[in-house]
Write a protein that binds this ligand. Structure first.
Ligand SMILES: [Zn+2]
Ligand SMILES: [Zn+2]
Length: 183
């Protein structure tokens, strides 16, 4: 059984984390148990790049891994939903970043926001599933409808579905259907 903690960071509303935690398992072809935490964390100023007004996504992942420390024992995974904008070197911005070695991923909401809350939640869910897909070993998928396809902008996010294509599904089933991540 795969276990995942969903952690709101900064100005992400707890109900958004609860929404992601409730909806995410419906889109995975393997069983995944998702727990939203009941508290929110403040991102560290040390991970903020003042000249760009963005967070360094690598630093946020490392910080989140340290902050959740004991909760990640035994192979548990964590997804941070961060109410901010972030980048990695070489890219103007990222919607999210997964670090399979740390078993931590983050999604950044600043560029997913919309006046239509339903549209925002749909984007948040897709990018959350996408980053957890990376945590479970999936790469980007050439199928534009697949949740693992790379999104350059928010229009790409809106065009893809929250589901894995058959090929990505098969990869997950082969890798995890009979493996226990948490003993
Ligand atoms: Zn990706
Ligand atoms: Zn795919």
């Amino acid at each position: 059984m795969i276990e995942l903690i969903v952690q709101p960071v900064g100005r992400v509303r707890p109900e958004d984390a609860i929404y992601v935690a409730r909806e995410m398992p419906k889109h995975f072809p393997i069983s995944i148990r998702v727990y939203p935490t009941m508290w929110s964390l403040q991102p560290p100023a040390s991970a903020y790049e003042w000249s760009r007004m963005q967070y360094r996504a690598f630093d946020i992942n490392e910080w989140l891994s340290r902050s959740l420390g004991p909760l990640l024992k035994g192979g548990r995974l964590a997804l941070g939903l961060v109410g901010a904008d972030a980048f990695v070197s070489g890219l103007n911005f990222v919607f999210g970043l997964a670090d399979p070695e740390l078993r931590v991923a983050t999604v950044y909401t600043a560029r997913l926001e919309d006046n239509d809350n339903g549209r925002f939640l749909s984007r948040l869910l897709k990018e959350s599933i996408h980053e957890v897909g990376h945590l479970l070993g999936l790469e980007h998928c050439p199928n534009r409808a697949c949740v693992m396809s790379f999104s350059n902008d928010v229009e790409d996010v809106d065009l893809k579905s929250p589901d894995f294509c058959d090929s990505c599904k098969l990869k997950l089933i082969r890798a995890y259907s009979d493996k226990d991540l948490v003993p």
